[in-house]
Write a protein that binds this ligand. Structure first.
Ligand SMILES: Cc1cc2nc3c(=O)[nH]c(=O)nc-3n(C[C@H](O)[C@H](O)[C@H](O)COP(=O)(O)OP(=O)(O)OC[C@H]3O[C@@H](n4cnc5c(N)ncnc54)[C@H](O)[C@@H]3O)c2cc1C
Length: 378
């Protein structure tokens, strides 16, 4: 083994952890640094859905994302990550939105996604507490959920077992250079040379890229989640309104909230989620919480009498074209990026890691990396 790691990963979120594990499994020596605790960034602030249902297909720009996710390793230790293959139900409240949902499902089916139309009359069989009067829906049996913090811990444990080093509370403050080339990182604890450096700093990826003198337009997109008191099991799938897909694809900076509701093994119900671009503003937004709660009650009237126990928020790593940044940076040879997964980083992490490791080890990538190129923004 070389004295310096082949790969130094900045960021021990789900993307960094998945890549570190897959790189170690491919025989690379790996060190992972995080300025805080592993999983302490956005990866501990989401809902843990691994969705195929919310991915638009047919557009060349987005289809690689979903296929990357579909190509992800799925079974390794899933039992220790709280994986629930519960399926998703997307519901439409009007005939117009049902038509749009049906068209999306048709495109997804052509790409190999299981998407089963559900008549209005049959929605109650899937979800007995849904509001009456909905126009219909689509069942996505491949949608699943896991606990992202457990997944981060598990992936890092697997990586360590393969020889990787994980160094929490180590902030990267700059880069080592050999001419144009990035040859390692600077930290308060000293310089760390490495064969290649991966920027997996989530919504902070732009700041890390700037330390290397390169522009990356990854920005935070804030999201709140409401958590109810524990209830008897009543919501079986991940259930969300058809409008959610449009919110995800929108670049609007203003507050958006379409209801996303799901039960958890502990009995609490997670109600998500808002989207707004307000920088790293951590202030609680009562209007955002109120809008989410009202929308969830419209979907599941039974929630009207239920107490919200707590809320939390996080910052999705948003990219202006809604595609992640994956691959080497020709502007700073030796520097690689894996960020900008916005609201799908849990689901896309393993596919991202797989693509990166293929490229790092000089193999052909399962998907072309051009749509994800870091320099595509000009
Ligand atoms: C409300 C909400 C709901 C969501 N729901 C889902 C969902 O259901 N499904 C899904 O797939 N995704 C979901 N997401 C998105 C998902 O959480 C993110 O896409 C994913 O967590 C990003 O992971 P990451 O590893 O890129 O970033 P992070 O988890 O943020 O990790 C980046 C790490 O980099 C570290 N770092 C930053 N700067 C430095 C530095 N200079 N030196 C060292 N370390 C540094 C940070 O400390 C952090 O730990 C949701 C997000 C939110 C906010």
């Amino acid at each position: 083994m070389s004295r310096h790691p082949d790969l130094l990963v900045i960021g021990a979120g789900i993307v960094g952890a998945a890549t570190a594990y897959l790189a170690a499994r491919a025989g690379l020596s790996v060190t992972v640094l995080d300025r805080g605790a592993p999983g302490g960034g956005t990866s501990s602030r989401g809902e843990g859905n691994m969705l195929v249902s919310d991915k638009e297909l047919g557009r060349s720009s987005t289809s690689p994302c979903t296929r990357a996710r579909c190509g992800a390793p799925s079974s390794e230790g899933s039992g220790t990550c709280g994986l629930e293959p519960k399926g998703g139900v997307v519901v439409a409240s009007t005939g117009q939105s049902l038509t749009a949902l049906g068209a999306l499902a048709e495109r997804q089916r052509r790409a190999g996604i299981a998407a089963e139309p559900v008549d209005a009359a049959d929605l109650g069989d899937l979800e007995p507490h849904l509001a009456p009067g909905l126009a219909g829906g689509v069942l996505y049996p491949q949608d699943a959920q896991l606990m992202p913090m457990l997944a981060v811990a598990h992936l890092l444990r697997l990586a360590r077992e393969l020889g990787a080093r994980v160094r929490p509370h180590t902030q990267v403050t700059g880069f080592l250079r050999g001419g144009d080339r990035v040859t390692g990182v600077r930290t308060a604890a000293g310089d760390l040379p490495a064969g290649a450096v991966l920027n997996a700093a989530g919504p902070w990826a732009a700041q890390v890229a700037a330390l290397a003198g390169v522009h990356l337009p990854v920005a935070p997109r804030r999201g709140f989640v409401l958590v109810t008191e524990p209830l008897a099991p009543m919501i079986r799938h991940k259930v969300y309104a058809a409008e959610y897909v449009g919110d995800v694809a929108s670049g609007d900076a203003a507050l958006q909230s379409s209801p996303v509701v799901e039960g958890t093994a502990g009995g609490t119900v997670l109600i998500g989620s808002t989207r707004e671009r307000v920088g790293f503003d951590r202030a609680v937004s009562v209007p955002a919480l109120a809008r989410m709660a009202a929308a969830a009650v419209r979907l599941f009237p039974v929630l009207a009498g239920v107490q919200a126990m707590r809320h939390y928020h996080g910052f999705r790593p948003y990219c202006p074209d809604h595609l992640p940044v994956i691959g080497p940076d020709p502007r700073a040879p030796g520097l690689w990026h894996a960020s900008g997964h916005e609201g799908a980083g849990i689901g896309l992490s393993a596919g991202t890691g797989a693509l990166l490791v293929q490229a790092l080890t000089g193999r052909e990538t399962a998907l072309p990396l051009a749509p994800f190129a870091p320099e595509r923004f000009g």
